[in-house]
Design a binder for this molecule. Structure first.
Ligand code: DGJ
Length: 729
């Protein structure tokens, strides 16, 4: 059998082309030079569809042979990867191998984010001449990183329309093994809960139908051996570089073979592909680890940091910021912002970020509260400065903040419009809504039709006028509701799947334009916290506000789960006030500081209301964070207490690339009378090296630190944080 083999440093991926041109998935796993077509079996099996050209031979069926890109119409009744309908409404294709080639460099995807770097591309073209259809499977091979990416281009080479009802980005089958699927579910204020589910003989499917990748399931999942743990076992990851509706699924078929796939959601997808045009399915970033979940995560950390994120701040420390949202909500004036900035400057904070409420009639101080919020029912779409509230043009404030030695950042929510806005009055058709149907509102707002260039340009022009008017070096780009009515007045139809796909491309177009105009701009992504925490957004926004829940203890869980697929360098994490505004919990400022430091560090509270002791602690935190930044952001990250466990404490550590330094972080999450001693272990050290603990002066061998750990002092308090540095001697 002809084979196509992709090697990375430690992994091999092999695809077979059988004698009739069917593309078979032969292998993905530890690196090997072997011919894996030997793993194929040809059993006589009844009860399956056999391709016509096999005649009376019943030893091959797409229904039980491992497929590389399963097609509806081939007789494969499992979850297929692609389903195409012709202009007459008939679904079913017969995709066979046409050609393949290797190209130096990494493919790009028109309109969609794609990882980049030192890679090779393999393109495999499948065709169905009857439909004039070509499907190009693209693989990006990152050798040193142990990463393989996939995406798909579907080409209509004929003149008749085709309709795409399903186009997965990646799909493959395992002929043997029993697996768990690890995924991360959640809700607003409570993102990223670890769940590990056995993949039995039914499809397990996670995804989003909200137009954004969503709080409810993160678009990243791991398929692993049933006994895989942090340091052992086979694990496969799929991380979707896409910020809209998606699906990731796994199932065992009737022969206990497992299929794993990811791509945009096929629900209500009916994508018109006219003759001569192409459709692009987004990228999936895949990795394989034979050394457990920890290694798999570190593969993703390095890759997202180096090959997905971009821009001036990709590898440099981001400014330590104070954001006024939890400090003031809408209740601020220009003077109040300056008071917070002045305090921030004294403490060593480096940037002030002005959140929601600075524009149009948004959050006007004399409007009636709605659900406790003043004026969040208005203003979105009107991106001009509310000079009355701010006490003058934004440049006045920015100049003063800059004069204090701080950079200035600004919040926007460019995809949204309130009915109570000048924009909506002028262009009601710019909102996605179904004629004659009262729209579903989310936070009193509607979603703008980002499938239309004039809408994107209109918002872009407004926002760039503000950014041009002052020294704005940072944007927090928010998105606070999901899409319900996917009716575009310009397209004149509701095709939920097509509109929501084109909408996401519109958002990427907006971000591309923004970065083209301001290449040094640092953009923080946000979608009510973590509703768009995905590798697609990370291409544009190298940091994302991980959750609107800023409680240090709940953040332990959220940030631990995020670490399975994403590096610390993308985590937006702030110290907020106590009692915490989301759950009322009281934690010490040391604990809040330590947890927030495992991310892009900042503060989100009214600094003018703090005691001198708290201010002194903040000053010290800032000094410490700056000193530790390199190991925190660039070090290898280890979960000492994995996700999903009922934990008495949560611990994680970072190790410098040369293994000469380690930073152990540990927070207690429970208290007891006459408690047991907690030993804080480190991972990833050199077992034969001696390390001195900077805080206690004690010396431990790497072996002991990894095997037993260091005893933590007993403290009579809740939620105590310990941070220990270890230096090789
Ligand atoms: C939701 C974000 O997650 C918050 O941080 C804040 O920016 C608000 N939106 C403002 O409306």
């Amino acid at each position: 059998m002809e084979r196509i083999t992709l090697h990375t440093q430690n992994t091999t991926y092999q695809i077979g082309i059988n004698e009739k041109g069917f593309l078979l998935h032969l292998y993905y796993g530890p690196r090997t030079e072997a011919d894996m077509s030997n793993l194929m079996t040809y059993c006589f099996r009844c009860g399956h569809g056999n391709p016509y050209d096999y005649g009376i031979d019943r030893t091959f069926s797409c229904d039980f042979s491992p497929q590389e890109y399963s097609c509806y119409g081939s007789g494969d009744y499992r979850n297929h990867a692609i389903r195409v309908r012709d202009a007459q409404g008939v679904a079913g294709a017969d995709l066979r191998y046409k050609s393949h080639r290797f190209v130096d460099g990494k493919y790009t995807i028109p309109g969609l984010p794609a990882s980049y770097g030192d890679a090779k591309t393999c393109e495999i073209t499948l065709e169905d001449p009857r439909l004039n259809l070509e499907v190009v499977l693209k693989y990006g091979v990152f050798y040193a990183e142990d990463i393989i990416t996939r995406c798909v281009e579907v080409k209509n080479n004929g003149t008749d329309d085709l309709y795409l009802n399903k186009v997965m980005s990646a799909s493959f089958d395992f002929v043997t093994g029993q697996y768990d699927l690890i995924h991360f579910y959640g809700r607003h204020f409570n993102e990223m809960n670890f769940e590990r589910t056995f993949v039995g003989h039914e499809a397990i499917s996670i995804g989003s139908r909200r137009g954004v990748s969503g709080h409810q399931h993160n678009p990243f999942a791991i398929l692993c051996d049933r006994d895989a743990g942090e340091e052992f076992g086979s694990c496969y990851g799929m991380s979707l570089m896409y910020s809209g509706n998606y699906v990731i699924q796994a199932e065992q078929d009737q022969y206990s073979q497992t299929r794993f796939q990811a791509g945009i959601s096929d629900e209500m997808l009916d994508y018109l592909l006219p003759g001569g045009e192409s459709f692009h399915a987004p990228e999936v970033i895949m990795t394989y680890s034979s050394e457990g979940l920890g290694k798999l995560s570190r593969n993703y950390h390095r890759f997202i940091r180096n090959n997905v994120c971009r821009g001036k701040y990709q590898h440099t420390r981001r400014p330590i910021l104070v954001n006024n949202w939890e400090a003031t909500y809408f209740d601020f004036t220009g003077d109040k912002l300056l008071e917070i900035s002045a305090e921030a400057a004294k403490l060593g904070i480096e940037m002030f970020v002005l959140d929601d409420g600075w524009f149009g009639n948004r959050g006007c101080l004399d409007c009636e509260p709605v659900d406790g919020n003043i004026g969040d029912d208005r203003g979105l779409g009107d991106w001009f400065v509310n000079e009355e509230k701010m006490g003058g043009p934004i440049s006045n404030i920015v100049e003063k903040v800059n004069a204090m030695g701080l950079k200035f950042g600004l919040w926007i929510e460019p995809e949204m419009v309130n009915e109570n806005s000048k924009l909506y009055q002028a262009h009601p058709d710019w909102a996605l809504q179904i004629p004659g149907k009262k729209p579903v509102l989310g936070r009193n707002q509607l979603v703008l039709d980002y499938t239309r260039d004039e809408v994107i340009d209109g918002i872009f022009d407004q926002i760039t006028k503000v950014v041009d008017s002052a020294n704005i070096e940072y944007i927090k780009m928010d998105m606070n509701r999901s899409i319900c009515e996917a009716y575009s007045a310009a397209a004149g139809h509701q095709n939920f799947g097509e509109i929501t796909y084109k909408y996401v491309l519109g958002v990427y177009k907006f971000l591309d334009k923004l970065l083209a105009r301001y290449p040094d701009l640092l953009i923080e992504g946000c979608s009510s916290g973590g509703a768009r925490y995905d590798a697609g957004m990370m291409y544009y926004t190298p940091q994302i506000w991980t959750s609107d829940n800023s409680d240090a203890i709940e953040r332990l869980n959220i940030q631990c789960s995020a670490s399975y697929g994403y590096p610390v360098s993308v985590v937006g994490s702030h110290v907020s006030a106590v009692p915490n505004h989301q759950n009322g919990r009281i934690t010490d400022i040391d604990t809040r500081g330590m947890v927030a430091m495992s991310g892009n560090f900042g503060y989100e509270l009214d600094l003018t209301k703090l005691s001198q002791e708290e201010k002194d602690k903040i000053k010290a935190q800032i000094v410490r964070f700056k000193a530790d930044w390199d190991i925190i952001h660039n070090g290898d990250y280890y979960r000492v207490t994995p996700g999903g466990e009922n934990r008495e404490f949560v611990a994680w550590n970072m190790v410098s690339q040369d293994r000469k330094q380690a930073l152990l972080n540990l927070v207690t999450t429970n208290t007891h009378g006459n408690p047991l001693v907690i030993y804080g272990k480190c991972k990833g050290l050199d077992k034969d090296t001696l390390y001195r603990c900077r805080e206690t002066g004690e010396v431990f061998s790497g072996a002991v630190l990894m095997h037993i750990g260091v005893p933590m002092p007993m403290v009579f308090a809740e939620y105590v944080a310990f941070q220990y540095h270890f230096d090789a001697i």
